[in-house]
Design a protein around this ligand. Structure first.
Ligand SMILES: C[S@@+](CC[C@H](N)C(=O)[O-])C[C@H]1O[C@@H](n2cnc3c(N)ncnc32)[C@H](O)[C@@H]1O
Length: 295
């Protein structure tokens, strides 16, 4: 028996056919992501300061979801995740605090063609407020006749690096790293009951400087997820050399780095966590049926 035969051929997490594994050159399997160019195709405009490259939700969905699954993004921003949902045939629910932005995002998402006829829903609210956010998520899932999702994506502000608004609920306005960390914990508490067991939560986060000190924001947030019983599957280091904030300020930053004895941030993290536990009975039954059919 070869190592390929020993590996499971069909994953319950995605639609990849491991018999054809050599053909998936577009799927990244290394923990260092050097993405030379943002995907600007379709309705991805890259005009929201603080958005992520569409390749992040794309990679996460290809590895950790199947067609028809549901993806929940609790910090939707300009809607990148839900645009990818429409392209890949995954239902999507996105929560964004700023109502005007949510409205714009919804319009843009709708303008992306929807060949798989899935449903994308944008809701306005505070993802850290368990009463409000859980009610919104329950309602959105109910509309598509579901109770759970199969992937959670969290791309929060990196604390105060970009101030997204003046709203007190906006976690880019948290008065301290400690409060920010607590808020991330609250969001994880909000989404966890909705995530199907064995499925993935993806956290996209960067570190920051404050008071001439490197603050490992990414690892603080990682710990909040781990404290809630998730299994850490991978930490991807993603190159962010092209990010807009620093692009025209290379020399100033280089001088500051030399003078201040630090290194300039050129990376952010994409962290992959798996929810432990047993799947709900309905899914077990589906899997049993599939196994019986194959037998
Ligand atoms: C880093 S951006 C996400 C960008 C997104 N991935 C994209 O590609 O456009 C973080 C977003 O979280 C939103 N936000 C901040 N606090 C929030 C909260 N408490 N609940 C929901 N959204 C919040 C901000 O308004 C901002 O749009």
């Amino acid at each position: 028996m070869t190592w390929q035969n020993r590996a499971e051929k069909k994953s319950s997490l995605n639609d990849l056919d491991l018999d054809r594994w050599r053909e998936y050159s577009e799927i990244i399997t290394d923990s260092l992501w050097l993405i030379p160019e943002r995907d600007r195709s379709g309705v991805h405009l890259a005009d929201y300061h603080g958005n992520f490259v569409p390749q992040i939700p794309y990679q996460a969905m290809r590895r950790y979801t199947r067609r028809g699954d549901v993806v929940l993004d609790a910090f939707l921003g300009s809607g990148t995740t839900l645009i990818e949902c429409r392209r890949l045939g995954r239902h999507g629910v996105g929560i964004e605090l700023k109502s005007e932005l949510a409205q714009q995002a919804a319009e843009r998402i709708e303008s992306q063609n929807n060949p798989h006829e899935i449903t994308t829903q944008v809701v306005t609210g505070d993802s850290c407020n368990s009463v409000v956010a859980q009610r919104l998520i329950t309602k959105a899932l109910k509309k598509i006749d579901r109770e759970q999702c199969q992937l959670v994506i969290l791309h929060p502000p990196y604390h105060s690096i970009i101030r997204f608004s003046d709203l007190s609920e906006d976690i880019s306005n948290c008065p301290s790293v400690e409060v920010f960390r607590q808020k991330i914990g609250q969001v994880v508490d909000v989404v966890t009951p909705f995530l199907e067991a064995t499925r993935f939560l993806v956290l996209v986060i960067g570190d920051m400087y404050a008071g001439s000190e490197w603050i490992p924001l990414g690892f603080h947030c990682m710990q909040e997820v781990l404290d809630r019983g998730y299994k850490l599957k991978s930490i991807v280091v993603k190159d962010m050399q092209g990010n807009r904030a620093k692009r025209n300020l290379e020399n100033i930053w280089r001088y500051r780095a030399l003078a201040g004895g630090f290194y300039i941030f050129k990376h952010e993290y994409v962290m992959f966590f798996q929810k432990v536990g047993k799947k709900k009975r309905e899914y077990e039954t589906n899997e049993n049926n599939e196994t019986n059919e194959k037998a």
